[in-house]
Structures are given as C-alpha cells and as structure tokens.
Write a protein that binds this ligand. Structure first.
Ligand code: ADP
Ligand code: MG
Length: 261
C-alpha cells in the first residue's frame, strides 16, 4: 500500500542506446506541489511521457492513489486522473478558446457542425453544463472574455493559461506541468506563481512541475527531485537543493546556470 497520491517506483526508459530515464522513483503526497529539475536532456519530459502512457515503461510501476496505472492506454490514464500540459504548447487551432476547454471536459462529445443535425434534448442539456463548467475554468485562470478567440491569436502567456484550464477541465487528481513558465516575462512569471498557488488552495489535486525558472520551482515546491542523465541526483526541500554542490555542478555549462543560485 502507499499513502501517496502518486507513487512512482523505479521507472526506466531507453530510446535505442540512450537511457533517457533509469530507475527513477519519486513520491507526490496528496494536495502537494513537487518539483522536478535537471539540465536539458536529463529525462524530465520523458518522465511525464511515461506517467501519461505516451511511451510504455521498460521497468517500474506507477501508482495513483494506490492503484497501479502502469501500462494503461493514454485515455484511461487521463480518465483515472492524470492531466498534463506540454513543454511545447498544444492547443486545437480549429476550435475557439471555449471549445478547447469543452473538448477536454467532455472528450467523448463533439461540439461542432455535426451537432446541428444530431441535437437531442439530453445532448443539449449536457452541452449547457459543460459550457458553464468550461467558462468557470477559463475564469479561474484569468481568461474570462476570451471565449470566442482563436487560441493562436492569444499572447503566449495566455496560451499557457489556456493549456492549464484545459488540464483542469479533465478534473485531475494530479496535474503535470512541463516547463509552464518557459517564455514568460518576469511579470507573467509572478502572475503564474500566483495562479498555481490559487489552484492549490482551491482544488484538491497534487501538482508536479518541471521548470527551468528556479524562482518558480523554489517558491512553489515543497520537495524537489533532481534528474541528471536520467538518474536521480538528489532530492530534498528547496533549501536543501540550493545548498547541494552536486546539483549546482550538474548545471555548470547550462546557459541559465546562474539562476539556480
Ligand atoms: P528533458 O525534458 O529533461 O530536457 P527529455 O526527456 O526530453 O529531457 O530527453 C531525455 C533524453 O531522451 C534525451 O537524450 C532525448 O534526446 C531522448 N529522447 C526523448 N524522447 C525521445 C524519443 N521519442 N526518441 C528518441 N530519444 C528520445
Ligand atoms: Mg523537457
């Protein structure tokens, strides 16, 4: 048994000769925020790809609320409560902002042209509910008023928020954020940190955040796991990680090495 919301046990993945992740374990308590850091190519995104079933595991186990979800197909993993955002934003360009959320909230429905021909009262009622819920998620992330916009017309920081709203709409138990502050300017970063704190106080889910911007990781995470060449290099509180020489050295040569200090 496990008391953790998410309990990742010894996961590994190789691509050809490259060991992208090797025997990596980490734990996420309920309602907590955990950070994963590491230099470029350390295996962070691969970790999320394994947690969400994009790739099958070579070894290891993933427990969500004690239930083994390893090996499930992607849609089953989403349904069981793991949501994510991507390092490179992925939004549906053919749909407007509100529809982007609606398709996430109700993945088995289509809200488009076909409905004109297939409208039933029941479907209409369901659509109204999903629409209201989706508006609520947009409001929570600060996108009220943007419902009719095309996602690609939004400023980059707003697209990041839309991705988060879409993940929220799947009603997750664990929210995985892959470099959500990448490309944001300093005031957007402050705003983003505030948003994550707000989500953490309003919702029950746990958050795992991969981030290069150290101010984000340090301020939000209660515990940090450091990956280097696919392996766990260190774990601890933000204060312990900042004071860890091995961690600092792992960042040597990285463009933004200074931001760890
Ligand atoms: P990070 O997110 O920490 O920068 P990644 O998880 O993206 O690192 O990559 C870890 C390693 O795995 C890198 O060497 C990368 O080239 C390799 N890798 C990741 N995904 C694939 C893939 N689909 N095919 C081949 N190699 C991959
Ligand atoms: Mg990555």
């Amino acid at each position: 048994m496990t008391d953790y919301r998410l309990d990742v046990q010894g996961i590994s993945k190789s691509f050809g000769g490259v060991k992208a992740i090797e025997d990596f374990s980490f734990q996420v308590p309920a309602h907590d925020i955990v950070g994963i850091i590491g230099p470029n190519g350390a295996g962070k995104s691969t970790c999320f790809n394994l947690l969400t079933g994009v790739y099958p595991l070579d070894t290891g186990k993933i427990l969500l609320d004690g239930k083994d979800i390893s090996g499930l197909p992607q849609y089953e993993i989403t349904k069981s409560g793991i949501a994510r955002t991507f390092q490179n934003i992925r939004l549906f360009h053919g749909l407007n902002v509100l529809e982007n959320i609606m398709t996430a909230a109700d993945p088995y429905s289509t809200y488009g042209l076909w409905d004109v021909f297939t409208f039933s009262d029941k479907k209409k009622q369901r659509e109204t509910e999903v629409r209201e819920l989706s508006r609520k998620y947009l409001e929570i992330v600060g996108l009220k008023g943007y419902e009719e916009y095309k996602p690609e017309s939004l400023a980059y920081g707003l697209q990041r928020k839309l991705e988060i709203a879409r993940a929220l709409a799947t009603n997750p138990k664990v929210l995985l954020l892959d470099e959500p502050a990448a490309g944001l300017n300093p005031s957007e970063v402050r705003d983003f940190i505030g948003l994550i704190k707000k989500l953490n106080s309003q919702f029950d889910f746990s958050i795992v955040i991969i981030e290069h911007r150290m101010e984000v990781i340090m301020e939000l995470s209660s515990r940090i796991f450091v990956l280097n060449f696919g392996k766990l290099l260190a774990s601890g509180t933000p204060a312990e990680i900042v004071a860890n020489r091995e961690v600092t050295e792992a960042y040597m040569g990285e463009e933004d090495e200074a931001c760890l200090l």
